[in-house]
Structures are given as C-alpha cells and as structure tokens.
Design a binder for this molecule. Sequence first.
Ligand SMILES: Nc1ncnc2c1ncn2[C@@H]1O[C@H](COP(=O)(O)OP(=O)(O)OP(=O)(O)O)[C@@H](O)[C@H]1O
Ligand SMILES: [Mg+2]
Length: 257
Amino acid sequence: MQTATEPLIELDGVTKVFYTDEIETHALSGIHLSIQKGEYISIAGPSGCGKTTLLSILGLLDSPTDGVYSLNGRPVSGLTASERARIRNREIGFIFQAFNLIGDLTVYENVELPLTYRGMPSAERKQRVEAALERVGMAHRIRHYPSQLSGGQQQPVAVARAIAGDPLILLADEPTGNLDSKNGEAVMELLRELHQGGATICMVTHDPRYARHADRTIHLFDGQVVRDEAAGAVVEELEEAGFEIGVDGEKRVPHGG
Ligand SMILES: Nc1ncnc2c1ncn2[C@@H]1O[C@H](COP(=O)(O)OP(=O)(O)OP(=O)(O)O)[C@@H](O)[C@H]1O
Ligand SMILES: [Mg+2]
C-alpha cells in the first residue's frame, strides 16, 4: 500500500496530434491522469492507441499539442530546455520498446553513458554500471557491442542502463517484450525492487501476469483513457469468493470449503 498522497504527475486534457503530409493523427485525445509519487502503474491497450506517445510525453521527450502536464506541481511547459534535460538525465529512467542501445558503444559504455552525462565521478560510475549489469545477469557481456547480442540480451542491458542511475520515475515500454518467462520475471523483480525503493513506475505491458505487479492499470483506446482500475480489484473479488491470494498473486484453493 502506498501512503503518499502528493500527485507527482498530473495530466489535464493532454492531447497529441501528429501531422504527416496530409494526415493528422490524434495519438492522444484529452488525457486526464493523476499519478501519486511511488505508484506503480501499468498501461495497456491495442497497438497504435497512444501508449508510447504517452510515455514520451511523461518522460519529457515530446510535448503535448494541447493540455497541461504538471510534474511535481509545476507545469512542464514552463521549464527551460536545460531544466528539462536535467530532469530527464537525473530523475527519469527509460526502457524503450526498441532498446535504443548505441551501436558504437560496448554494453559497459551504453550503461555508463547517462551517468557520464550527469557528471558522476568515474569510480562511482564503474561501481554502478557493474552492479546494474550484475543484477540483470549481463556482467559476462560487458565488452560486447549491441550487434553481438541477441534481442533477448539487449533488453536486460537496456534495463541495466535505466536502473543504474536510481531514477525517481521509471518509464518502461514493454520491458519484457522479447524475454522468455524466466528472464521476464527477473526484469519484473528488478522493477519491484526499484518500486520498493520509492520509485514511481509507468510500464506498458500487454501481459496480464506482469500487469498484476502494478498498483493500478490504465487502459487506453484511441488515445483516451477508457478504464483506470486498481490492481487490487481483481484480488478482492477472488477473496470475497473465499480464495486465499498469495503475495505472488497465485490463486489458492478455498480453505474450509
Ligand atoms: N512521430 C510520429 N509521427 C506521426 N505519427 C505518429 C508518430 N508517432 C506515433 N504516431 C502515430 O500515433 C499513434 C499512436 O502511436 P504510439 O506509438 O503511441 O502507439 P502504441 O500504443 O505505443 O502502439 P504499439 O503497441 O504498437 O507500440 C499511431 O497511430 C502512430 O502511427
Ligand atoms: Mg508503443
């Protein structure tokens, strides 16, 4: 249970329209959303409904066409370019759908890069990079280049890069999309640890087993929030029906009939 009540993220009528040639795409249409500090949110919805667009706006990689995005009570439209860059570098971790590892850099250098941008001393960088790669089980691939890794190995490296800086907000776009269930669970465990450490997490996932780790699931359709539900809702229903729900969310047989 989260006790924090201060909204960290607030979207008020956020709209995003992309203009390409003659076509106008309404990727987001009037999103109202409030996310508390320390919440763990999962975002679901069909392909093209605006999930990545939403994460890009939350991560200050893109700006809304209309509406207000407030971060920590402050409309982000009022931030200078350098304030935006500073927040992106220091407070936000990204795990992209396409990993976005830099091909000319080794695994080690990819994970190190955001820490270098922050001006972190090299001894601390080394310790953090090694610890992060250790945690995702990629310490043995430190000198490899991304092209020398499988898709299933690039994903944990992207996760290591996102967690190495201990972000306050983690934005993850299908962080388990290329992983088998064992490695997928390992990534989810890392996210859970980060969440327990106080981070706010917004994760896009199509997989209900992974969405279950979140406090809340937001369903998007055609750029709109069509459902916003507490993860506990399903658990409560099952418990009322006499089921005992384990901490891992596994359903157990009813006790005493
Ligand atoms: N840079 C862009 N220029 C033009 N249109 C875009 C751009 N980025 C996204 N779109 C369009 O906006 C809509 C939402 O795209 P978005 O990437 O947010 O979807 P998504 O929910 O993440 O889908 P998926 O599950 O396939 O990743 C789509 O119709 C897409 O074609
Ligand atoms: Mg997407």
